[in-house]
Design a binder for this molecule. Structure first.
Ligand code: B12
Length: 218
């Protein structure tokens, strides 16, 4: 008999915290086999685990190497669950999104989650990666005719890069061609307002909601 959903979610989360990149694959397969919603497995299982890891790092219980091994476990679980996420269709033309982590910052776990959620919500994603030179956001958005530019950062020192990209769009007289969304743990709605961004969200689920709102497919 299938184990209860709650027990499997708790174990998915625990596998991430305990860096069990092999067990997590078995548990994710068991979760899939039981027919529980894939989205919940990602958010309430794997991402819940990564949130706990962030807290453990802040509390100095975990160190850099631990955090990286935990993220390996999270990605191993995502590899199993992600292909089963139901893909939404928003019509013939998918709105295009350019996403990346701003220059100077290599934290990309949150950006990758936002990307996965947006991808499955029916956006066409152009992922510039991490430590992205600020001009690249503008160049890529122009090149692909993006509807939205998404910027992520986890460090206070690199936050001004977001404002700089908006400034570059203004300088070139193309600011109103794109919606700009910002996020990452030090970013807030107030900061987004202050720099003139169009959208902000505290997490990946909210990011999709906001993006849909901005392109009028909410
Ligand atoms: C994992 C981690 C690392 C990993 C990164 C691995 C990787 N590939 O990403 C490693 C170990 C490499 C690392 C390195 C460093 N780190 Co670090 N790291 C963290 C840690 C523990 C967790 C971050 C994380 O992944 N969280 C989990 C994800 C899921 O959450 P998230 O990123 O916030 O994303 C969610 C939302 O913010 C939102 N979101 C994210 N992006 C976007 C974008 C948009 C558009 C939207 C709408 C939403 C959105 O949705 C996401 C999903 O729900 C944090 C501590 C913490 N509590 O956050 C420190 C932390 C971010 N690191 C920090 C620092 C200082 C560093 C280093 C400089 C350390 C050093 N001295 O070498 C280096 C960075 C080097 C560099 N130049 O980039 C500081 C930053 C301090 C600051 N305020 O500036 C923190 C806060 C730790 C601390 N308390 O001091 N780190």
């Amino acid at each position: 008999m299938a184990r209860e959903k709650g027990a499997l979610l708790a174990q998915l989360s625990e596998c991430v915290v305990e860096m069990e990149d092999e067990t997590v694959v078995d548990v994710a397969n068991e979760y899939l086999g039981a027919g529980y919603p894939v989205f919940d497995g990602i958010m309430d299982g794997l991402v819940d685990g990564m949130d706990k890891v962030s807290d453990l790092y802040d509390e100095e219980e975990y160190f850099v190497t631990d955090v990286l091994l935990c993220s390996d476990a999270m990605y191993a679980g995502l590899d199993v669950l992600r292909p089963h996420l139901p893909v939404e269709e928003n019509g013939a033309e998918k709105p295009r999104v350019v996403i990346g982590v701003v220059e100077g910052d290599t934290h990309d776990i949150g950006k990758n989650l936002v990307k996965i959620m947006m991808d499955t919500a029916g956006f066409e994603i152009y992922d510039l990666g991490r430590d992205v030179p600020l001009d690249d956001f503008v160049e890529k958005a122009v090149e692909v005719g993006a509807s939205i530019i998404c910027m992520s950062t986890l460090m206070t020192t690199t936050m001004p890069g977001m404002a700089a990209v908006i400034g570059k769009l203004e300088e070139r007289g193309i600011r109103d061609r794109f919606k700009v969304m910002v996020g990452g743990s030090p970013v807030s709605q107030k900061y987004a307002n202050d720099i003139g961004a169009d959208g902000y969200s505290v997490n990946a689920v909210g990011a999709v909601k906001k993006a849909k709102e901005l392109v009028g497919i909410a």
